[in-house]
Design a protein around this ligand. Structure first.
Ligand code: PMP
Length: 439
């Protein structure tokens, strides 16, 4: 019987084998590095898809988790008021200046947070439709998946009545013209033909469309879209699960994109590896009715203590500033690589949310899907873990811990440059990636 970690994993863990893009094992992790079963150290440029916001083994996180167990010890917010849950809700409200008459709900993942928003908004507004973008990823449970449409979710249908619009993509504008205007034209058409805006409860926005390709919208696009929706009373949800909380170089990505939401969802990095999510939404929606989303262990002391420590650490260590500086450093390095490697069609991002769109031909922009899988596999072999996103699976993505150092940012660029060169030189075969090219 096979007994390596990978073999045992393949035997017993469901639904993720193909999703992986290389044979990484994680025996331990410290700082911004993963330690494999054989002791090899790998720089984590994915940050566990953005969840490891403070890296691994951060003293503030360890202390807070211990405090959660020893001092607070509440296992749920359903049965009584506990200090760490209440204080975290107060912290989050203070962090969201738009939250003038708002409340907080806690969950365990971005998926349940967006799901909860859907139920609460539908009940409180009586509006049955939602609007979201093609390529969106808002979650992997039935509600939040039904307003998503990432290619990995095509086994599941969108919810009835979902109004979908394209995300304005400056690199691939619809019709080759103004990326934003093409979306507004489509919106006008939909509102006038079959999707009455007064039926739409909320628009779900990813302020950077990360899993859909780390697309940075054109300046002002989201602000204008928000204004057009608000005219019809449509609530604005900013899904900050992957790209918020300091990652864009400021606290909130909606700020970077120049709009103000009514509702915000947080997840992933909020617990820096410990499961917790949060919804900040108007009191009238949150209090419309009780029990929209009862999940027994939400608001537990460990998750809420850790999340408080994460928020405090981001502020104390000014990690949003580090995200801005390291992000600029990496993007400058990658743009220099673009001059040497025809495979790089575009480098884009905000802070430490970075995408490298790979194309076979810069004129036709044919997506270099297979090459992206190879670059990611080669990067892992060379000592850096990152994966790819995008509607064509051709955009290697970096969402490292916000604690990334200057030396590690240089290392990231060096590994990626070498990986791209090696793929261009044919060092990785189709066979090598066949087992991994799934997402
Ligand atoms: N929202 C966004 C923007 C995401 O990227 C994701 C996960 N990729 C989710 C929600 C769902 O988060 P989780 O998988 O932690 O439930």
């Amino acid at each position: 019987m096979a007994n390596s970690l990978l073999e045992r994993d393949a035997r017993v863990l469901a639904g993720i084998g193909k999703l992986r893009t290389y044979p990484l094992t994680i025996a331990n992790a410290r700082g911004n590095r993963l330690i494999e079963e054989d002791g090899r150290s790998v720089l984590d440029l994915s940050g566990a898809a953005g969840a490891a916001l403070l890296g691994y083994g951060h003293p503030a996180v360890i202390a807070a988790a211990n405090r959660g167990f020893t001092e607070c010890a509440s296992a749920s917010d359903m049965f009584g008021a506990s200090e760490s849950a209440v204080a975290l809700a107060e912290d989050l409200l203070a962090l969201c200046p738009f939250a003038t008459d708002h409340k907080v709900w806690f969950g365990h993942s971005g998926s349940d947070a967006n799901d909860m928003v859907m139920r609460a908004v539908q009940a409180a507004t009586g509006r049955r439709r939602f609007m979201s973008f093609y390529g969106a990823y808002h979650g992997g449970v039935s509600g939040s998946m039904s307003v998503s449409s990432h290619p990995s979710q095509q086994h599941s249908l969108p919810r009835a009545g979902l109004v979908q619009i394209p995300y304005a993509n400056p690199y691939r504008p619809i019709g080759g013209g103004d990326a934003a205007q093409a979306v507004f034209d489509q919106l006008d058409f939909l509102f006038s033909a079959g999707a009455p805006p007064e039926d739409i409860g909320a628009l779900f926005i990813e302020p950077l469309q990360s899993d859909g390709g780390m697309i940075v919208p054109p300046p002002g696009f989201l602000a204008e879209l928000v204004a057009r929706c608000r005219r019809h009373g449509i609530l604005i949800v900013s899904d900050e699960v992957k790209v918020g909380l300091g990652r864009p170089g400021c606290w909130h990505c909606y700020d970077a994109e120049g709009f103000t939401p009514d509702i915000v969802t947080f997840g992933k990095g909020l617990g820096s590896g410990v499961p917790i999510s949060a919804v900040v939404a108007p009191r009238a929606i949150m209090d419309f009715q009780e029990a929209f989303a009862l999940i027994t262990t939400t608001g537990n002391a460990v998750s809420t203590s850790v999340a408080r420590a994460v928020l405090l650490t981001i502020e104390q260590e000014k990690l949003y500033e580090n995200a801005a500086a390291r992000g600029a450093q990496i993007m400058a390095g990658l743009r220099a690589l673009q001059d040497k490697h025809a495979l790089i069609g575009e480098v884009r991002g905000r802070g430490l949310a970075i995408g490298i769109e790979l194309v076979r031909d810069r004129q036709t922009k044919e997506p270099a899907t297979r090459e992206a899988a190879k670059v990611v596999l080669r990067g892992y072999q060379l000592g850096a873990a990152f994966t790819y996103v995008g509607m064509f699976s051709n955009v290697p993505e970096l969402t490292p811990p916000l604690t990334l150092t200057e030396a590690e940012a240089d290392e990231a660029v060096a590994v990626i440059g070498q990986a791209i060169a090696d793929v261009e030189n044919g060092l990785v075969s189709d066979e090598d990636v066949a087992a991994y090219a799934g997402w």
